[in-house]
Design a protein around this ligand. Sequence first.
Ligand code: NAD
Length: 501
Amino acid sequence: MTTDIKQILTSLGLDPAILEGGDLEVHTPIDGSLLGKVRQDTAESLDQKIALAVEAFASWRQVPAPVRGELVRRFGDQLRRHKEALGALVTLENGKLLQEGLGEVQEMIDICDFAVGLSRQLYGLTIASERPGHRMAETWHPLGVVGVISAFNFPVAVWAWNSAIALVCGDPVIWKPSDKTPITALACQHLFDQVAADFEAAPEGLAQIVIVGRDIGQNLVDDPRVPLISATGSTAMGRTIGPRIAERFGRSILELGGNNAIIVGPSADLDLTVRGVVFGAVGTCGQRCTSTRRLIVNEAIYDELLPRLRKAYQSIGVGNPMEAGNLVGPLIDGGAFAAMEKALVQAVQEGGTVFGGGRALANKYPAAYYVNPAIVEMGAQTDIVRDETFAPILYVLKYKDIEEAIALQNDVPQGLSSAIFTNDVREAERFTSAVGSDCGIANVNIGTSGAEIGGAFGGEKETGGGRESGSDSWKAYMRRSTSTVNYTSELPLAQGIKFDL
Ligand code: NAD
């Protein structure tokens, strides 16, 4: 696969001129070199795009949902045709492994398939009326313009999770990607535009993109013409925008930070555990919202598991994510590296013992930030352990009984993903029960990362409470209408009320 960005853009049908003339500099995390200078939107152009999306809504909501699904089906096929190039572009701009870049595009394809099926299944309910000769029904209608704000670490999949569902639900989309990954976003938009241009029922402005920073991005958040904002990013971002959306009675889907733990019980299959923990903790260089950040190990197996983990960490290939054989690519930028260093210093101050960590390949890539993943043994769940550092740091804690392990697992502000490795059915059932993990995702014998699109994705507490992707997440993109129809000539009132005229 070529690493020449101009060749990749050309093969996606994009004019490489998009890399010139703008003031948003984009660097590849692979070697820190400049990929391009992308042009940004202004407050005025954002305003115009919202107005166009409102117009698009007026017609798109009247297109039958299965026809809307046909557009998404064609978009899925378009992604299949361009999977290799788009996957490579994700790797170039974001730094995740090429296999992960391709996997992200596959997720886009999968959610399109899911949404196509969904377009014929936007079911409402028929509800028993207490009044004779009446029928009561619940119907789901399109909601309006959906604003999608996405993070750098899943630069294309999160948009697809939202857009595929929003489009079949009858909603136009305006996408504000991360300012660290605007080029992949422009490529996705271009692929969508090509499909929409050949689809008669698709109005102009059905899916649009705005390249803006936080300041102008806030206008999207505050605009009452946008009834739903689906925002993925840090808890700090959610804390800023959540109250602003609530203030205007808008709806939000907030997908924020995680602090995901794996509990390892005394009966766990340790071969499986080592694989699950290492993939969860170092995969995507610890830059997944579902990355494993905490390991809560039963005291009976602690001394057996830890040396095995250290050995596995020593064999991990850190290097260029385009090259096969490497398992850990670079951090996104110098800011992420500084945050990792700072967290490790604090961990030591709070009693931790660090194994690994530190910059790697600095001579080969002086302008990029490769790191050795770190394991930190902690005596207690201190402040730094309870914080999300977006880097490959795995804090390890020891426990005596399962109640203590679950209490530790839940005793953090975030509530995204969690897992237990055990062969004890009672432990497993307890972990997934009402008194178990308090997270949106609770797995048994698989790690914390790598959720499938069929399930509702999201988490509790400071993770924001939103759900997107599969299951019945589509309901957040529609409005519910309850209708009661009287097919008699009587007018019986509810609750037995008499009102004789
Ligand atoms: P970030 O919060 O810095 O930025 C995310 C997006 O929000 C960007 O597009 C950014 O420009 C935008 N943004 C920030 N403040 C804004 C504001 N006031 N108004 C409008 N837009 C604003 O996050 P990041 O560094 O890009 O991504 C990493 C974070 O995202 C981690 O905390 C990770 O856990 C989280 N994340 C969560 C999920 C999930 O589904 N729960 C998925 C991926 C990433």
